[in-house]
Design a protein around this ligand. Structure first.
Ligand code: NAD
Length: 432
């Protein structure tokens, strides 16, 4: 099949490359000449494990083609996927301007029959408006159907998530569109939920909101554990062994971040408000998430008796989660900014996010070549992202170069007893 993707971000580029690898001819439309030229040469706009090789292989085979031209991509394609960004706009609502600009450009370029699919996360009702936009500008004689196929991939494991998703959601009222989409996805094994467009749109928000709720619940139990002398990790293991609950996403820490959870929780609160429902539960989820970062900062300040002015902190991990260089809404931004504002000196290290981090972190932050270099002369080490390479650091080596032995483990990746036995003061989240 010949298909097209609008947008070559995490969703557009990964999905396009996977469908090309399954043997389809895939066009990808970008809007930035330099990025499109780079992609043609195999230079990725972001880091995702395995993506560069996948893109190069399929570009060389002629199955993956990058262009700035909607006309060139839309004309030969049977299905066109909209994968542009939907960031937070006014009042937390999703900013849909890129969606409608893409729809307008697709509409002007369609010929014959096309299926236009929105993969981006959009509020219920958006696909209908996409249809209206296309209807207004499409050439006479051309026809189209719309569908919502929300994306559930996770950065860091995006390729395998695309190939082996837990479920495939197809929202459309057109049988022809459903048949074409089923045919395209036959190389992907997944339970399929076939439903209407609005339901598919809401499934995506409900999923991200529930995952965020689990994280905030785990954090609330962590706050309480500290007050009553319990160990949150054992509490959540005990809770998670109940098969009705499970342990997945019950992770206490410094809060959720990234390009999806914060904006999608906000957007669901906003869309509920517009639809006449006050989503109080999600307002609390946001508040607890804010508290998770703030309480971590308070712990650091309290250890140094409120005086972090002459303190050097080594921060390990900057990206919002491991295996990505994505700094969007990373908890590290707020935590480091607060500590720097209080006078702390920060030396940071992240395996791949430092280039992006320089653009969003305070200018006074310095960057080290590895974890040990970051810890040189430090009064404390702060772990903010659970990269695998931080899980088994040589703590004896780390301790040798530190001025004071203090660890703030914002992801609970160390055993408190083991760390304390090496002479460190240890602060986890929700544990003694
Ligand atoms: N990142 C994730 O893990 C993830 C997972 C599931 C769903 N989503 C959702 O998918 C959507 C895309 O997310 P992303 O992370 O890929 O975003 P992104 O910001 O990485 O990429 C969006 C891309 O769209 C391009 N673009 C915007 N308007 C365009 C236009 N008119 N024509 C051509 N290109 C255009 C941008 O240049 C950019 O390359 C969002 O709605 C997001 O919520 C993201």
């Amino acid at each position: 099949m010949t298909i097209a993707f609008i947008g070559h971000g995490y969703v557009g580029l990964v999905t396009a490359a996977v469908f090309a690898d399954l043997g389809n001819t895939v066009w990808v439309v970008g809007r930035n000449r330099k990025k499109v030229e780079n992609l043609k040469k195999g230079v990725m706009p972001f880091f995702e494990p395995g993506l560069e090789e996948l893109v190069r292989r399929n570009t060389t085979a002629g199955r993956l083609i990058f262009t700035l031209s909607y006309e060139q991509a839309v004309k030969p394609s049977q299905i066109i996927f909209i994968c542009v960004g939907t960031p937070s706009g006014d009042n937390g609502e999703a900013d849909l301007s890129d969606i409608f600009s893409a729809a307008d450009n697709i509409g002007k370029a369609i010929t014959g029959y096309k299926v236009i699919v929105t993969k981006s996360t959009v509020p219920p009702g958006t696909n209908r408006k996409v249809a209206e936009t296309i209807q207004k500008v499409k050439p006479d004689g051309s026809t189209f159907a719309i569908a919502s196929v929300p994306e559930f991939l996770r950065e860091g494991t995006a390729i395998s998530d695309t190939l082996h998703p837990d479920r495939l959601v197809i929202g459309t009222t057109s049988d022809r569109a459903f048949r074409l989409l089923t045919e395209l996805h036959k190389g992907i094994q997944a339970e399929t939920v076939f439903t209407n467009v609005e339901t598919a749109e809401l499934i995506k928000y409900a999923s991200n909101a529930l995952l965020s709720t689990k994280i905030s619940f785990a954090n609330a139990i962590a706050f309480l554990s500290e007050n009553v002398g319990a160990d949150v990790e054992s509490v959540l293991t005990g809770v998670g062994l109940d098969r009705r609950i499970g342990r997945s996403f019950l992770y206490p820490g410094v809060g959720y971040g990234g390009s999806c959870f914060p904006k999608d929780v906000k957007a669901l609160i906003a869309l509920a408000r517009k639809a006449g429902y006050d989503f109080k539960l999600l307002k609390a989820v946001e508040e607890i998430n804010r508290e998770a970062g703030a309480k971590f900062v308070e712990k650091v300040k309290k250890h140094f008796n409120g005086a972090v002015g002459s303190v050097k902190l080594a921060v390990l991990g900057l990206s919002f989660k491991p295996d990505t260089d994505d700094m969007r809404q990373a908890p590290s931004i707020r935590i480091i900014s607060d500590l720097v504002a209080a006078g702390a000196q920060v030396s940071a290290y992240d395996p791949i996010a430092m280039t992006n981090a320089r653009e969003v972190l305070p200018k006074s932050v310095t960057y080290a070549a590895n974890a040990y270099a970051a810890a040189g002369g430090a009064d404390a080490v702060l772990i903010l992202t659970e990269w695998n390479e931080f899980r088994q650091l040589d703590l004896v080596k780390l301790a040798r170069s530190m001025k004071q032995l203090v660890m703030f483990d914002g992801r609970n990746i160390y055993d408190p007893v083991q760390v304390k036995n090496l002479g460190f003061s240890y602060y986890g989240v929700g544990r003694m």
